[in-house]
Design a protein around this ligand. Structure first.
Ligand SMILES: [Fe+2]
Length: 315
């Protein structure tokens, strides 16, 4: 398994820094065309297909759910899954760390068993976390065939950009170039009212890991998010719930899907709410605003906030 992971690491890092088209440039023309057509970030295929009409509807109530960091506390994950399932969402995002050991088949079997109902009745989009880093099962479970762990989708005039904090993302990497072009396109599009970014590690956090582990995230990405008018960034990794507001952007940590909870470890400027609780987040799309509500494992509301549509000039 170690040898497989080493090979994957090489392919993964190489593909993250250089476009896959470049990797195959020495191949014959037919193969190059085929690879070019299949390459590039693409959202993972879905078991449940949301209709184009539903995805384009101007408003919807609690139709999108975000949760993450489920790992090995299966009892809590099952509870959270049941609560999410009861909401009948259209779309679910998991903020990463689905399992504790990405190389353990049994953990993936359990994860798949718990989320099978969610994936059957809702779209289910993954964010690549450090606990499934380069795990072949991650790609197998989500049907990802081109190694890209970042992609974007549009739902209800919200542009969702999912990026990968576990592979190179800074200036000069293929992911950074793709991210900038993706955000630029979304910021200029009349079809986009809001931009949301999801990734595993938080840019800012008062939790145990905080932002100390990877300050380069905020250094490299915050200016890009501010430049292109990102409205909200949702991460996991810290096992708590936090709402933070900085330079016109909400930064949410939603890592309470089952993993052991963390205490507040530091005071971070801009932090508005910090709750040590398992939870999931719902998103309602209203005419000119987004309404977020967070619920604990007893399905009690623990936080809510609105994100107003930004003036296009500020984008
Ligand atoms: Fe993590």
């Amino acid at each position: 398994m170690k040898r497989i992971n080493c090979c994957l690491l090489f392919v993964f890092c190489f593909a993250s820094i250089f476009p896959i088209q470049t990797v195959f440039s020495a191949e014959n023309k037919t193969k190059k065309t085929a690879e070019t057509n299949n390459s590039g970030p693409k959202a993972p295929p879905q078991i449940y297909r949301l209709s184009k009409e539903a995805a384009a509807a101007e408003e919807c109530l609690k139709c999108i759910v975000v949760y993450g960091d489920t790992r090995t506390n299966h009892g809590v994950h099952k509870k959270i899954e049941k609560l999410i399932s009861g909401r009948k969402p259209e779309t679910i995002f998991h903020t990463g760390d689905m399992v504790s050991d990405g190389a353990n088949n049994k953990e993936w079997d359990m994860f798949e068993e718990i989320v099978s109902g969610l994936r059957k009745n809702s779209e289910f989009f993954p964010v690549h976390g450090n606990h499934e880093w380069l795990a072949p099962n991650y790609f197998k479970v989500f049907g990802i065939i081109n190694w890209f762990t970042y992609y974007s989708i549009d739902r209800h005039k919200i542009h969702f950009t999912v990026i990968d904090s576990e592979v190179p993302f800074w200036k000069g990497t293929w992911q950074y170039q793709w991210l900038e072009s993706d955000l630029k396109k979304a910021s200029l599009s009349d079809k986009t009212k809001f931009i949301a970014v999801l990734l595993h590690r938080p840019l800012y956090s008062s939790g145990l890991h905080g932002a100390k582990e990877s300050p380069v995230l905020a250094q490299e990405l915050a200016p890009l998010f501010e430049k292109y008018g990102v409205d909200i960034v949702v991460a996991g990794h810290d096992h708590d719930y936090e709402r933070l507001y900085k330079n016109g952007i909400f930064y949410i940590t939603a890592g309470g899907g089952g993993a052991p909870l963390y205490d507040k470890a530091s005071e971070v400027k801009g932090s508005q709410v910090f709750i040590k609780s398992h939870h999931y987040l719902t998103l309602s799309v209203l005419k000119n605003e987004l309404f977020f509500e967070t619920f604990n494992e007893l399905n009690e509301p623990i936080d809510s906030f609105k994100v107003k549509e930004k003036n296009k000039i500020t984008r």
